[in-house]
Ligand binder design. Structure first.
Ligand code: F6P
Ligand code: MG
Length: 443
């Protein structure tokens, strides 16, 4: 299409995409292989000789893939019979046709977004083809560890939330707005904690998530939180007059501390009456190392309930009852673990698109969601967010993202140049963030 810039790709030597495919992805794969190997005895205890065979074969498949990646071989079709295999293979065929040869769909020459997603799908395939261990989540250990290492910060944020909730009826609109802003920013910075960017090293939060907000403020490059707030307020007014409810959707990113910050924000939204319903969207297979699956979601709430800390466990029970009462609900859809840009959602996953249209506000957490929102393309930094969304807009939406990939739109003229002159890697160092809003209604 005229005017749409090319996809980011590892074919640009030295780019962040290139360094990711060359260094970060093989490191992640090696960790996956090590984890499976380390759990050999566990597989033996559970499944006997069959477990050992499965461990060996899975590792064989993964080593083969690592070799394909490192020698820049063409991306090959999936061989499992899972429901979404067809869609992946069609995508591949389409690209082969478009570029006329097989070589063009190699690991380094394909769009970065596609190959990076593909790697996680192939990890899933390798396990799936070995039935006794097909449901094994190779990233579970890291996610669990990240949660426990953030315990102090989790307690702090739960205590903070409990403080707000205990007095919530007496708060003025301005006070509510202040709290909303803080918790939105806590959820934003929670996105610093992901295991994919550090290739599985660390995703814990060790400092107080509340105290650090003021010093982090200048690092928010685009801050549309006022518009997010007014969207919620007008949804509330509308709901009152129409006798309907306000629904906020959160498209989740990482498990661990980030998920806790999302749950805290969601709790505040319903406790304050700003929203009546929150729909969470997670991943149906282990994804980008630390992304939330249904199991992580349930587990996190269980752990919060079971904590040896009064506020934390009280809040955990509250979350459980939000789920039981249907005030909160968890959803997953195969589209979230496909390589598509979100502008394809209406055509490729019309049911999901229609579902999101029922929300008054959709919050997209994290870097990968941002890349998918803007198509992971080499946009000029001053291009409007609405333009980069290329027609995607099921409902008013807001991205809460710390920058970890070299794409960023919607900046002021000169803003990017200024950042580059001080800090050439501002888009990938994970230090900066955006709260970026878009609604087609505003146009
Ligand atoms: O390569 C680093 C990376 O994997 C990016 O590709 C990806 O966008 C990001 O880390 C994951 O971040 P997040 O968890 O915020 O989506
Ligand atoms: Mg993630």
């Amino acid at each position: 299409v005229h005017g749409v810039p090319p996809s980011l790709s590892a074919k640009v030597v030295g780019s962040f995409a290139y360094l990711t495919v060359r260094d970060r992805l093989p490191t992640i794969l090696t960790k996956v292989i090590d984890t499976i190997h380390r759990n050999k005895n566990k597989f033996f205890e559970e499944y006997g000789e069959e477990g050992i065979q499965a461990e060996k074969q899975t590792i064989g498949l993964l080593s083969k893939m690592r070799n394909e990646l490192q020698t820049d071989k063409p991306v090959i079709p999936l061989t499992d019979s899972l429901q979404d295999a067809e869609c992946w293979n069609q995508y591949l065929q389409k690209h082969q046709k478009l570029h006329g040869d097989q070589e063009s769909v190699s690991w380094f020459k394909s769009p970065w977004l596609y190959v990076e997603c593909y790697m996680y799908r192939r990890i899933h395939e390798a396990l799936w083809l070995n039935p006794p261990i097909s449901d094994y989540d190779v990233f579970n250990e890291g996610k669990t560890q990240g949660f426990f290492e953030s315990q102090q910060a989790v307690m702090t944020i739960c205590t903070h939330l409990e403080g707000i909730n205990s007095n919530i009826e007496n708060l003025s609109k301005n006070q509510l707005f202040e709290h909303f802003n803080k918790l939105l920013q806590v959820s934003l910075w929670g996105n610093k904690c992901d295991l994919s960017i550090s290739a599985g090293q660390d995703n814990s939060q060790k400092t107080s998530p509340i105290d650090s907000l003021v010093s982090l403020q200048p690092l928010i490059l685009v801050n549309d939180s006022n518009t997010v707030w007014s969207t919620l307020i007008s949804a509330q007014t509308h709901a009152r007059s129409e006798k309907t409810t306000v629904r906020v959707d959160i498209v989740l990113d990482n498990a661990g501390f980030e998920l806790v910050t999302d749950l805290v924000l969601a709790d505040f939204l319903v406790s304050s009456g700003l929203a009546h319903e929150v729909h969470f969207h997670g991943k149906s297979i282990p994804w980008f190392v630390s992304d939330v699956t249904a199991h992580d979601f349930q587990w996190t709430i269980q752990q919060t309930m079971a904590a040896n800390h009064k506020c934390m466990s009280k809040i955990g029970y509250q979350w459980k009852s939000h789920l039981k009462d249907g005030v909160w609900s968890y959803h997953d859809h195969p589209f979230w673990t496909q390589p598509h840009e979100f502008c394809d959602m209406a055509a490729d996953a019309p049911d999901l698109y229609a579902n999101l249209q029922g929300a008054d506000l959709v919050l997209f957490k994290g870097d990968l969601n941002y890349r998918k929102l803007v198509g992971d393309r080499d946009w000029d930094h001053t291009v409007g967010f609405g333009t980069a969304l290329q027609g995607f807009g099921p409902a008013p939406l807001c991205s809460l993202r710390t920058l970890k990939a070299n794409v960023q739109v919607g900046l002021q003229p000169g803003q990017a140049e200024k950042l580059t002159s001080h800090e050439p890697d501002w888009m990938t160092c994970g230090k900066y963030a955006v709260i970026q809003f878009y609604s087609s209604k505003a146009e």
